[in-house]
Design a protein around this ligand. Structure first.
Ligand code: TRP
Ligand code: ZN
Length: 848
């Protein structure tokens, strides 16, 4: 399906649609290889359009018939749609045939385990029928499904059902990307919710028979999300039913289709014996995310795909707030920033860097990125920090009031904030336009009872953007006195110039500044502090994020010294760590994060940023030596934690118990380095929940005594697809040194390696990417193995293939030999006959 000339779509070339749609009526006659889709669409010329013929998108459709106002017509068929001259208002009717059974791309209407389902974002609807498949065309949909499957679902509310058919009506205007249909043999886990405006809503989570006892946590998360959005944003649900369907074959996490969310089964199904605490937390966050889209995305949608961050950045920000409220703000913030640095900073520092609002794309699916999502959320958070929570709420109220039912832009969004607060946001808008992570340097001194900060900011060049203007950076600053007391409460400083000096009143003469508290701005901070200064912050900072980050910087610096100079692990760091780990006034979940070392990839990123060439094996060895040194130095503390934190009573996924398990398992991971695996083996044999079982198995595997445990695990779980994904990925991720490549290769031979299932494919190859030393094996075998499999997957599933090429995005960091090998692997993929537009675009950007 290679396109003759892949077209670059530019934001600057946006033009309104020639026609608008007033009403859509669809009939589906579902047959695996010959589904018929009948459409009846009322069109009206757009007064703001530029005239011209009717142009409908369509991809891989067999047109059976087309009529305009009842008269048969012969439209001009194009490779990506059709065109026909049409009157100012008319009714379009078409019948097309598609083959969902043959749809391996998992975009449009496809089948998963005999179930029909859809994925239309971003441009999947055009694979279902001819339509103006762009988000600024919004219409109410009525859908009739004819099928022998027992459960037939679409958007909105059910209006009629009978033998072999059902009719659904969605009264809310929506773009086609929010269309959804499901037909299958499904069972529901049901509940209900009464909204603040007294609407009785039926809630259903639809799953395959046998999975119905794993839906309780997702349902609980949904109900809490609905209540939270009413309380914190004044947003209530707006239909009589809310359906969620779990699907095994899915390209991403989940999809917010109006009234019918479709989820990757792994983000719905959970029971204590099959899901870890991390799984539970993700389910909660993703259920909330998709639910929150009902207002931020669906009721107010995007004008075009360049505005993707309008819905995604805001909705991620909202789900982060929610998880923080439900669990712990400190822990959630540290986890979110860890992810931001690992994914988004990495993206920003490499060949795929792009602004939160990109200027152009070839394939929009390639822009569902950490930058659009995670940095997009940071930008919303900075707006809130700059204007304060009350003004933020006022602005959001105005946003919903003004733009309900509209397809909007970032300009609309910023205008709302301007109108609500009077604040000029011209400079702030640069956060949406300029790629790259700003570096802020801080020099500080105390003068006349004031803390003086000399601040500079600079933003590195990124592809297509050599020069950058200074941005508005909200820096939150506090200070800790030498005696450990707080000498300056958190104060907001607005850095707007390339260089700026600020003076802040302090209550002590000798202080350590605590800058960018709560990680208020997504920046790289360069602050010259001594190890003693950092240890003081780790011990005494009242800001939990900076307390944690002080420890993280100490760990990073110690590890970098080990890597660069071959020094032994650093005593200052270990000494500073001990009292924090022991302090039982601190949340165990927080202490577990303090105990976690930066990943190999983090260290490679840090080394590259300092102009060094990272050596993956040296990094791996240093990190492992450090872990052993921690275990030896902290052994009595870790052993006591391990014994004391055992959670008694029945399993609960709630944050308190999960936090205890995370600290206890962090202790286990270190202790296994020095106890011969005794504790891990016992824990593996006796664990009554998946969190403890996986923690024990990982510890055993990492230290080379996990083979029996892995076999036992397999025997027990071989019929459970989600647990088997863990079995695959754990082995690859924990394989020592460069052996992860051989492990991954061996696992692809396993009969359970169903490579057409994206979760299973990722469980091996995503895990290989997570095993830094293995993926970057010196002989290039990691690159070659991945390239082989991406070449194989691309013709079936371009979206997942293109996404997984990002494992290569860091290639310019490494030595010449690895660079050559990575580039050769990329060129080999690029040279593949018939390569998808998705993958081709990614490779071009990485090789450019
Ligand atoms: N809009 C979805 C979300 O953020 C994600 C999404 C975009 C998606 N494209 C997709 C999901 C394709 C599945 C497949 O929640
Ligand atoms: Zn989303």
């Amino acid at each position: 399906m290679k396109d003759a000339a892949p077209r670059t779509i530019r934001l600057s070339e946006y033009s309104p649609p020639a026609y608008l749609v007033d009403d859509v009526q669809l009939t589906f006659r579902l047959i695996p290889l010959a589904t018929r889709v009948l459409s009846r669409i009322s069109f009206r010329r757009n007064p703001d359009g530029d005239g011209g013929p009717l142009r409908l998108d369509g991809e891989g459709l067999k047109l059976i018939s087309a009529r305009i106002d009842g008269a048969e017509v012969q439209p001009k068929l194009l490779t990506d749609g059709l065109e026909i001259d049409a009157p100012d208002t008319f009714v379009w009717e078409a019948e097309v045939e598609i083959a969902p059974q043959e749809n391996t791309a998992l975009s449009g209407l496809y089948m998963s385990n005999g179930m029909y389902c859809t994925q239309c974002e971003a441009e999947g609807f055009r694979r279902i029928t001819y339509y103006p498949d762009r988000p600024d065309v919004m219409a109410p949909f009525t859908v009739r499904i004819e099928s022998d499957r027992p459960v037939l679902l679409s958007n909105g509310d059910p209006v009629e059902q009978g033998d072999g058919y059902a009719v659904w009506q969605d009264p809310w205007k929506k773009p086609a990307y929010l269309f959804a249909l499901v037909a299958g043999d499904l069972v529901a886990h049901s509940d209900h919710f009464t909204t603040s405006d007294f609407r009785e809503v039926t809630l259903n989570i639809w799953v395959r028979p046998g999975d119905e006892d794993r839906c309780a946590y997702a349902m609980d998360s949904l109900i809490r999300s609905m209540a939270w959005d009413e309380e914190h944003y004044g947003r209530a649900y707006d239909l009589d039913v809310f359906n969620i369907v779990a699907v095994d074959d899915f390209n991403m996490g989940a999809m917010e289709n109006k009234g019918l969310n479709i989820f990757n089964a792994r983000y719905v199904l959970a029971s204590s014996d099959t899901a870890t605490d991390t799984d539970y937390a993700r389910i909660e966050a993703i259920i909330a995310h998709e639910y929150f889209h009902n207002w931020t995305g669906n009721r107010v949608t995007c004008r075009d795909w360049f505005q993707l961050c309008l819905k995604e950045g805001l909705t991620v920000f909202r789900d982060q707030q929610f998880s923080g409220d439900e669990r712990s703000h400190a822990v959630k913030r540290i986890e979110d920033v860890t992810l931001l640095r690992a994914r988004q900073f990495r993206e920003d520092a490499g060949p795929l860097a792009h602004p939160v609002r990109p200027q152009s794309y070839i394939e929009i699916n390639n822009f569902y990125t950490a930058t659009v999502y995670e940095k997009g959320a940071e930008v919303v958070g900075m707006l809130r920090t700059l204007i304060g929570p009350d003004a933020y709420r006022k602005a959001l109220d105005l946003y919903f009031e003004r733009h309900d039912g509209q397809a909007c832009t970032i300009e609309d969004w910023l205008t709302v904030f301007h109108d609500a607060t009077g604040r000029d946001l011209t400079q702030f808008a640069l956060w949406y336009e300029q790629a790259g992570t700003p570096t802020v340097t801080v020099d500080s001194r105390v003068e006349d009872g004031e803390l003086l900060l000399d601040l500079t900011q600079s933003i590195p060049a990124t592809p297509g953007q050599p020069d950058k203007a200074p941005q508005v950076i909200p820096l939150t600053v506090g200070a800790i006195a030498r005696d450990g007391t707080e000498a300056l409460k958190t104060t907001l400083v607005e850095l707007t110039e390339a260089q700026q000096t600020v003076r802040l009143p302090i209550t002590a003469t000798d202080v350590v500044p605590s800058v960018n508290r709560g990680f208020a701005a997504p920046i790289n901070l360069q602050q010259t502090l001594s190890q003693a200064d950092r240890a003081l912050l780790l011990a005494h900072d009242t800001d939990p994020f900076n307390k944690w980050d002080a420890g993280r910087v100490l760990a990073r610096q110690a590890l970098i010294a080990m890597v660069r100079d071959g020094t032994a692990s650093d005593a200052t760091y270990l000494d500073a760590l001990a009292p924090v780990i022991e302090d039982d006034t601190l949340d165990p979940a927080f202490r577990a994060l303090v105990l976690a070392l930066p990943s190999d990839d983090d260290l490679a990123q840090a080394l590259a940023a300092e102009g060094h060439t990272p050596d993956p094996m040296v990094i791996d060895t240093a990190r492992s030596d450090m872990a052993r040194a921690m275990a030896e130095r902290l052994e009595p503390i870790l052993a006591a934690l391990y014994d004391d934190l055992r959670v008694k009573g029945p399993y609960s996924p709630a944050a308190v118990d999960a936090g205890k398990r995370s600290l206890r398992n962090a202790a286990l991971s270190l202790l296994t380095k020095i106890d011969g695996g005794a504790r891990a083996q016992t824990q593996f044999n006796t664990a009554d929940n998946m969190t403890d079982s996986v923690a024990a198995l990982s510890a055993l595997l990492r230290n080379g005594f996990g083979e029996d445990a892995a076999n036992t695990f397999y025997d027990r779980w071989q019929n459970d697809r989600l647990v088997m994904d863990k079995w695959f990925s754990l082995q690859v991720m924990t394989a020592p040194g460069e052996t992860g490549v051989a492990t991954a290769a061996r696992l692809t031979e396993h009969p359970a390696f169903d490579w057409k299932n994206p979760n299973r494919f990722r469980s091996v190859f995503g895990a290989l990417g997570g095993n830094h030393a293995s993926f970057h094996a010196a002989d290039g075998s990691g690159y070659d193995l991945l390239a082989d499999w991406l070449i194989r997957l691309d013709p079936l599933n371009p979206q997942t293939t293109a996404r997984m090429t990002t494992m290569f995005e860091t290639w310019p960091r490494y030595d010449d030999d690895r660079q050559r090998k990575a580039q050769a692997a990329l060129r080999r993929i690029a040279a593949t006959e018939g390569l998808s537009r998705d993958t081709a675009e990614m490779l071009a950007r990485m090789l450019d």
